[in-house]
Design a protein around this ligand. Structure first.
Ligand code: DXP
Ligand SMILES: NCC(=O)COP(=O)(O)O
Length: 246
């Protein structure tokens, strides 16, 4: 199975928000990526609305209805504003991320057992709505059974530590760490997603080393590439990278 590409369009919204002109369009960016073959769209509507705003979520949900083979993934902290969006638009997937409201960017996953009690009912609600739940996790094999026990369908491996090690002597050690975490997730009955600071340089080795990878969500580097190559060519480049290495 080829690893699926979900394009995170947060950074299109970030640029859009620096003027009151509505450009660059978030929905246009998503549509061009979908037309080029992207398997899904991801957004992280943070409480401070630094980039993705509630209207973006609603407009993207409308767009995704015209792309039934593509998935809509909404990220956020379910103890903050995420569930409002999930209840309103019923995306294919909700990715729970333990970010604080003023966090610079996502930089860690959930921790078990401390987070289990408050996550379990929130996961159950999403699943009752027919929404798949993925938990943003550090690559810790010993945490995966607990993630499954609270009802998660998938985990998303937080990949910044791998991205930071790419091209250094630590790269191989990091890949072994992520491969072990992914295998533990699979053994626990979880699907495996991954994301954060992935790009065209570090993606091939990651995809080849990590077993059972279902989806990568990529935003910052993807949009940086798209500023140079355009959305369609960039989408095709990431899809080709995944196809060649899956
Ligand atoms: C969860 C994750 O690693 C990213 O999707 C993160 O949501 C990016 O957020 P920013 O785009 O605000 O840095
Ligand atoms: N879940 C990761 C994501 O959606 C995008 O992360 P990044 O590529 O912007 O670091």
């Amino acid at each position: 199975m080829t690893v699926q590409l979900s394009v995170n369009v947060n950074k299109v919204a970030l640029v859009r928000n620096t003027r009151h002109l509505g450009i660059p369009s978030v929905t246009r960016a998503a549509e061009l990526c979908l037309q080029a073959g992207a398997n899904g769209i991801t957004v992280h509507p943070r409480p401070d609305q630094r980039h993705i705003r509630p209207q973006d979520v609603d407009e993207l949900a409308e767009l995704m209805r015209r792309w039934p083979r593509a998935e809509f993934n909404i990220e956020g902290n379910p103890t903050q504003n995420l569930l409002d969006f999930i209840r309103r638009v019923h995306p294919h997937q909700a990715t729970f991320v333990p970010d604080s409201e003023d966090q610079f960017t996502s930089d860690h996953g959930w921790s078990f057992p401390p987070d289990a009690q408050r996550l379990q009912p929130l996961i159950a609600e999403c699943r009752q709505l027919g929404v798949r739940v993925s938990l943003f996790m550090d690559p810790a094999p010993q945490q995966m059974a607990a993630a499954r026990a609270v009802g998660a369908d998938r985990v998303e491996l937080y990949t910044e530590p791998y991205a930071a090690a790419w091209g250094t002597p630590d790269q191989a050690v990091q890949l072994q760490r992520y491969a072990a975490a992914a295998q533990a997730a699979l053994d626990a009955g979880l699907g495996v997603n991954a994301g954060h600071d992935l790009n065209l340089d570090n993606l091939p080795a990651f995809v080849r080393a990590v077993p059972g990878l279902a989806e990568v969500s990529i935003g910052h580097a993807f949009i940086a590439d798209a500023l140079e190559q355009g959305y369609a060519a960039t989408t095709r480049a990431y899809l080709r990278c995944l196809l060649d290495n899956s």
